[in-house]
Design a protein. Sequence first.
Length: 293
Amino acid sequence: MTPALDAHHHLWRYTREEYGWIDDSMSALQRDFLLAELESVTASAGIDGTVVVQARQTVEETRWLLEIARCSSLVRGVVGWCDIAGAGFSGELDSLAGESKLVGLRHVVQAEPQGFLDAPEFNRGVRAMQGTGLVYDLLIVERQLEEATRFVDRHPRQVFVLDHIAKPRIAAGEIEPWKTRLAELARRPNVWCKLSGMVTEADWKSWTAEDLAPYFDAVVEAFGPGRLMAGSDWPVCLAACSYARWWELLRQQFSSYSETEMSAIFGGCAAEVYGLEVTGQGPPASFQRFPKW
């Protein structure tokens, strides 16, 4: 049985200056979230391994996360940050080449102006990632889906993972044009999708499983179980639900699926796409199609 993997969470040492996006509406997040607490919540939810994702756009944070991952059997991979559009990006990649647990990079595109993914400098950097084995995590909101589709089309040999199902307007009950645009992006076979970040797009205090169901259905229709991976977005999810509750909801949502489909969603897909070590004997053999340096 494939180990249960949380494909998306964060760790941080909180300061108001460095985490300005955590405003007072998320006061419960205005504290440290570190490895010991992660170990506790994952154990209680039956999670065997994780992928930690950048929350600050600094190389220093990336190196801190890699240091944690090197000392932890729980944290199987790191999606970090580098200045992909910067002139020194190739050198940064070279300096990280020996980091076996660095599995991807991400930029907070959701905070960027329209057209950011069309910029030649950023596209030049993504081209430099090809052949490294690094995945690029797409963090966008629903209005950026068409831009993201154009971006992916420029890089057919790069592996992409869409974070948080592109953040549809769940609280407003809107499913279009997000659903149509998501299906169009999903037609690109080099894009996978994380089932994460949904409760914080719903009404934090009153969301129900029924509110989320149409969005789950749309994502499954677009990507199929073989290109989906479950993630918590912990600790951000705590603004709307506990870690355990999110995993209970996911398992209930997919309880009627086959064992093969469940295995893909709850660990197999993340292990394959990110090349995670899941058995203590290295990444899955199929990861050879995404060669490392």
